[in-house]
Design a protein around this ligand. Structure first.
Ligand SMILES: [Fe+2]
Length: 470
């Protein structure tokens, strides 16, 4: 278990309102919300070098149970958080409910989806990237257009320095709905591009900045990410490098291979954007996770003893043919722009006889449910697994249930079983016989208070991949 907090009496000031000194923080972990049955307590140090963030790793706890935690500094006591341990690998586990979220541009709207997620009974939340956006946020919070407070000018510029990124996390993490979701559920996080810069690839930035200069920015972004997320010591960055991809087990029920498809990718082919495939994009040298991470994933599948093999990652894995007939372009930033890399993984999954593959995806600000085909050009080919794409929490503002290209997408992609353009999140119940995905949507985010509905639900059976609407 990893417990996280940050000391920040004045969160929007560069020094957080604290002197540049170490602060001792006491923490408590209990079996009950009132802390009558304390399971563990200890002390941690909040370092100014880490922006007074605190990461407490607690080991040897009872598997498969809920805990409550809080922090104390002097007479000040934090709110109570709720988290849980995963079941032991040897433990028989009948079910797991996860949520998947992504893309939470603060300036595009309110985190109403998080308000609802905080009330849901889920075991764990996977954040699939774009936790923050580097773009400027004006004094009224962009589309939030709030009238009750004025944000300082320092947010009204693109983040490039360590201080910029740190303060941007401070802005996001003071949102009450995001805080409620973190307090209610454990989060497993991975990033996409906007935690650093739009559509960067490895050491290649979006614009014509020299790699050595971009790597300084990447180092700042990665450091602020580590400081502000519940991440362990092996994830602590070394300059511009950070080991984010990692493997988690949930009893025998599920193995999670959490990918990083930004740090090691080759540059987008054909100048990025939606382009017709060429020899450049089809080349075997193109890789999205990097060759080392590709081998690590396939090796993990080979060793896996889990019923469900889940891959939380960022960009769309399945083919998306353009919604307009005759248009042969595909997204060069997603797996469609790195088809040789995807083919190596599909071949590896075959060879490893990986069972019940489920890819969890963010990035595109819409939800999709797709069958992963062995050959996307042949609708009758074998279904290897399923891909569940979660829409954005806010990015793209209100959206609509059926965007103008809705019918075109479904017609030109027979493996696509669902497409919805509203904001929200996904919950997935993994069971011994089947998995069920519920796509939760809110009708608006530019004003607060939207209700949540389940737009669609799908089931895939264990041992027989393929989505069926229920
Ligand atoms: Fe995004």
């Amino acid at each position: 278990m990893l417990l996280w907090t940050r000391l920040a009496p004045s969160p929007y000031e560069s020094g957080s309102g604290l002197p540049a000194e170490r602060v001792e923080v006491r923490w408590e972990l209990a079996l009950d919300e009132r802390f009558r049955r304390v399971a563990r307590r200890g002390k941690a140090t909040a370092h100014p070098e880490f922006h007074h963030t605190v990461h407490v790793e607690v080991d040897d706890l009872a598997p498969g149970r809920v805990y409550y935690y809080r922090f104390r500094v002097g007479s000040w006591v934090s709110e109570t958080g709720r988290t849980r341990t995963a079941p032991a690998t040897s433990q028989r586990t009948s079910g797991l409910t996860l949520a998947a979220v992504s893309c939470q541009a603060y300036h595009d709207g309110y985190y109403t989806a998080y308000q609802h997620l905080a009330q849901d009974d889920v075991d764990v939340v996977f954040h699939l990237g774009d936790y923050l956006y580097e773009y400027a946020v004006n004094s009224v919070g962009g589309a939030r257009n709030h009238t009750d407070r004025v944000l300082p000018d320092l947010f009204n510029r693109e983040t490039t320095t360590l201080e910029d990124y740190r303060l941007r996390y401070a802005l996001y993490k003071t949102d009450p709905d995001l805080r409620a979701a973190h307090a209610a559920h454990p989060f497993v996080v991975t990033w996409d591009d906007h935690e650093t810069e739009n559509n960067y690839a490895g050491d290649t930035p979006e614009n014509s900045v020299p790699p050595e200069e971009f790597l300084l920015r990447r180092a700042s972004a990665y450091r602020a990410y580590w400081e502000n997320q519940p991440l362990r010591r092996p994830q602590l960055p070394d300059g511009p490098d950070m080991q984010l991809y990692r493997r988690l087990q949930w009893g025998r029920l599920a193995q999670f291979d959490i990918l990083d498809t930004r740090q090691y990718r080759t540059d987008q082919a054909n100048g990025d954007g939606w382009k017709t495939p060429t020899a450049e994009s089809e080349a075997a040298s193109q890789t999205l996770p990097g060759f080392t991470q590709e081998r690590w994933l396939i090796d993990g599948w080979r060793r896996s003893r889990a019923l469900w093999n889940v891959v939380p990652q960022q960009v769309t894995f399945s083919r998306r043919n353009h919604p307009t007939a005759g248009n042969t372009t595909r997204s060069m930033d997603s797996w469609d722009g790195y088809p040789a890399s995807r083919e190596r993984l599909l071949k590896g999954a075959d060879a490893a006889r990986v069972e019940n593959l489920m890819v969890l995806t963010g990035d595109v600000h819409v939800s999709y449910a797709m069958d992963i085909k062995r050959d996307f050009d042949d609708p009758d080919s074998h279904t290897v697994g399923t891909e569940i794409v979660t829409t954005s929490i806010t990015s793209g503002k209100d959206g609509s249930a059926q965007p103008s290209n809705w019918a075109g997408y479904l017609a030109r992609n027979p493996h696509m079983k669902h497409y919805n353009g509203q904001r929200g999140y996904v919950t997935v119940d993994l069971g011994e016989d089947s998995a069920r995905a519920d796509f939760k949507t809110v009708p608006y985010v530019t004003t607060p208070g939207a209700p949540v509905t389940t737009a669609a639900s799908f089931v895939t059976e264990a041992g027989k991949p393929g989505l069926r609407q229920v």
